[in-house]
Design a protein around this ligand. Structure first.
Ligand code: ZN
Length: 315
């Protein structure tokens, strides 16, 4: 009997102990999960770098360091942007893990800055900013008189000069396929005569998914998308819109916020901006912070070439 009593006594002690232990384990797991959610939600990125993980280097492409409540966390992200190994608190007195400099070409994230509708007096200011950050961009130009120097400068300073339209007059260019190509040939010949560059990189006014062209010739975009490619052109739309075309001199913080809102959804980002004069002053003002943000997200910044896989609207 005494043995039985002892057994009963022990289970009264052990069962609550085990339950307490399980409860504490649960609390710990919940706290851990909450912490992960928080770090994902509101971290600030100190560094975005490639991270030496020897054989797995190709899988883990960059590391972000975060600080929360005085504790440093390292968030290691994979190529598909998901956080696969998260937070590891680090004693501030211990040395940091080896973090290499940014190797953006390894994580495959590329951003293309594109400027439409120029050149203008703002183009020079934009070229200066691009030089400051050692960044190359792409300019989809239209015809402007007395701007020969600017067309040439785009080329001589190492950027891509691409074709947008001669007249940018929707009614005229989307009246028929012939009308479109008449306009395209005109800007192509003009750019070649001024810069010596024959460009095969184009952007349709309004983008390939514009519907306004239906007003002038129903279904013309479908035909044009095929015929430009048949003629050897490569057309490029965009997937990040600064929205600087939605009005005159939109607040520069709004332009930055719009880039922030969609950039990281894309591993290959084509960012739409405009280098027209006077009405797009804020694009110039926003450009340094836009470049800094793009770079902070680990993107390499490149100009479009004939080898670039185009970003295109689907519809
Ligand atoms: Zn345009």
């Amino acid at each position: 009997m005494s043995g039985n009593n002892k057994y009963v006594f022990n289970s009264y002690v052990y069962i609550p102990l085990v339950l307490t232990f399980v409860f504490l384990l649960g609390c710990f797991a919940v706290a851990l999960a909450t912490m992960t959610e928080e770090t994902k939600a509101d971290y600030t990125i100190d560094k975005v770098s490639s991270f030496d993980l020897s054989s797995k280097d190709h899988e883990y492409s960059y590391v972000e360091t975060q600080e929360k409540d005085g504790i440093k966390y390292y968030v290691i992200s994979s190529q598909n942007d998901s956080v696969i190994a998260s937070y590891d608190d680090v004693d501030s007195s211990s040395s940091e893990p080896e973090v290499n400099s940014v190797k953006t070409e390894e994580n495959g994230k590329v951003a293309y800055l594109t400027f439409d509708d120029g050149p203008s007096e703002n183009t020079g200011r934009i070229l200066d900013i691009l030089d400051e950050y050692n960044v190359k961009a792409t300019f989809f130009v239209i015809y402007h008189k007395n701007m020969e120097d600017k067309y040439r400068e785009i080329v001589s300073r190492g950027h891509t000069i691409a074709l947008h339209s001669y007249s940018h007059n929707y009614k005229k260019i989307y009246a028929s396929e012939d009308a479109y190509f008449e306009d395209l040939n005109k800007i192509s010949d003009y750019v070649e005569s001024v810069t010596g560059v024959k460009s095969y990189i184009i952007r349709f006014p309004g983008g390939s998914s514009n519907t306004i062209s239906n007003k002038y010739s129903k279904g013309i975009m479908k035909k044009l998308k095929k015929s430009v490619v048949d003629k050897g052109y490569s057309y490029h739309d965009w997937n990040v819109d600064s929205t600087d075309a939605s009005g005159n001199n939109i607040d520069k913080d709004v332009l930055l916020d719009n880039v922030k809102a969609s950039l990281t959804k894309h591993r290959e980002a084509n960012i739409l901006m405009h280098d027209t004069g006077k009405t797009k002053e804020t694009t110039v003002e926003a450009l340094p912070s836009i470049i800094e943000y793009i770079q902070s997200q680990g993107y390499s910044m490149e100009r479009i070439t004939e080898d670039t896989k185009p970003i295109r609207h689907s519809w």
